[in-house]
Write a protein that binds this ligand. Sequence first.
Ligand code: C2E
Ligand code: CA
Ligand code: CA
Ligand code: CA
Length: 280
Amino acid sequence: AKEAGRNTLRFFLPSMRKFSEDQLHIQNDLRQALERGELQILWQPKHDFSGNTLGAEALLRWKHPTRGLIMPSEFIPVAEDIGIITSLGNQVLEVSCKLLRKLADEYTEAGPIHLSVNISPQQFQQADFSMQVAHYLKESGANPSRLTLELTENMLVTNLDEVMAKMVDLKRLGVRFSIDDFGTGYSSLAYLKRLPLDEIKIDRSFVNDIIKDPETVSIVEAIITMASKLGLSVVAEGVENSREFDFLRKRGCHCFQGYMLCQPMTDDQFLEFISEGNIN
Ligand code: C2E
Ligand code: CA
Ligand code: CA
Ligand code: CA
């Protein structure tokens, strides 16, 4: 076993070193990316069952000068590791508030458009997070009820009292709360009743399985029923085809997001999309 261990070590070391060099490069590049303006926000529209645009979710992209387009699954964890996720996430909030104001001022025919922003655990845990949100809302003049903060289950279950106090603070400002990737985190449902939530997002993995897996059908039906009894709106994410769409629509899902309806788009594209009306 000792022999094997040593062999394994010798075998793994070079690639590990390569990996960490790569990581270092990415870390340094990411620190500079913010200042160089290489990070971009794309907007993925959300629709009701008849195709009217209800809002959009802000999704980050990194246009790296040599590596090309880098997706958030690769750089968000790095941003968390090096402690810049809070300033990064706050910038997304600030931009979203400004866009909300612009939509309310210049795109009134489109009806009320909401924007959703992903909040990372580190960012949410900052002592001044509520103050930051209040600041961006005030500075932009955005309507707080058009701003949805997407949180994940796992960040709600530790220190429930602390989380609760913070959410109540933010709720006083008038913002909405959504639980992202619902069903994939800790399955404690007690917090659903206690926390001031407005919406849950059915995780993409459930949506994509409803066609092939009867157990997933039951789970999704249960989620929708429970949500509507608790007065929460239900968003389905990752809707890729009309079978998924029809299934969810028939069972009372309110809002749909996914490649079947729209890919994430730039702010110019989104504004043009909004002014053209809905997707029908
Ligand atoms: P998420 O919040 O669950 O976002 C939905 C992801 O699903 C996005 O991936 C979106 O592009 C993708 N998607 C949308 N429709 C479909 C579909 O029909 N099929 C499939 N296969 N995928 C679809 P993206 O943009 O790569 O983002 C990945 C994750 O990165 C997000 O997952 C979110 O957790 C995180 N993220 C993105 N932007 C931010 C940000 O500004 N702050 C934080 N903290 N996290 C972010
Ligand atoms: Ca999300
Ligand atoms: Ca999600
Ligand atoms: Ca996610």
